[in-house]
Design a protein around this ligand. Sequence first.
Ligand code: XMP
Length: 323
Amino acid sequence: DWSMAEYRATKIAEIREQVGVGPDGGKVICGLSGGVDSSVAAILIHEAIGDQLTCVFVDHGLLRLNEREQVETLFREHYHIPLVVVEAEDRFMAGLAGQTDPEKKRKFIGGEFIAVFEEEAAKLGGADFLAQGTLYPDVIESVSFTGGPSVTIKSHHNVGGLPERMNMALVEPLRELFKDEVRDLGRELGLDDKFVGRHPFPGPGLAIRIPGEVTKERCDILRKADAIYLDEIRNAGLYDAIWQAFAVLLPVKTVGVMGDARTYDSVCALRAVTSTDGMTADIFPFDASFLTGCATRIVNEVKGINRVVYDYTSKPPGTIEWE
Ligand code: XMP
């Protein structure tokens, strides 16, 4: 029986004890994803040890619209937490060129992410500790997002594998918490409801929502469609009723007509599901008029898309992401 205020105070004391404070205290590095878990972990650790913490955010070019700017504003301007933003888009796009196999895409992104992170840690002169936003479900079931324990449906990308390679001790202040408790702790630390209630976003980012080859141009198209879809969902007051909603850009072109001209452009799929843990999911039953509105806006406002379809597949047999 404990409150989040108590949890916060207890964890701050533990972090100070583990890392040490003042001139003899250790240096901590934390990889931010832009998501709730790593953000809450970083804010809590900064409260405990101040600028002994440095955060690193890798912009791999696979982020959603304005996501990097939101992280910069939150950490630099609001919390005054030291933040290094690594511009790595060109590097990721170069490595993704010509790659169409989903597992190869995932493996490349995971490996490259670790390489970039290690280089930045070296530039910072190394660190004694690596902070991670690991939650209790990650501790008890490391394959929690796959279809089953024995078969790897999709290789998981977070910063897994990083600690062993980097020879740093781990600081994981969220290890006892479930997702909803992390959200409570985030609120306790001053994060607003809009931030703590954000839908999950996968480590490999937009790359697994662009079946086939990923290019900067296709990421830009997808970012626009996705932002319109989420904007419509928020305006309709449906965001919090949905576990996850996003757009997917298909490697298929179809013929359309706009004004009196023929078009030949890409198809965009919209996905929205309800779920409690991501292991199983049901499709969100939008009204037809809502989807019509989204389709109209996307085709009118996003150059490169001339057709929109809705994904009616539950999990199983479909996965939530398309790759
Ligand atoms: P699937 O597509 O397997 O996704 O039904 C289940 C949940 O996991 C998320 N997901 C990931 N999250 N790294 C992550 O941090 C990943 O590599 C990854 N792949 C999928 C997905 O967005 C959904 O919430």
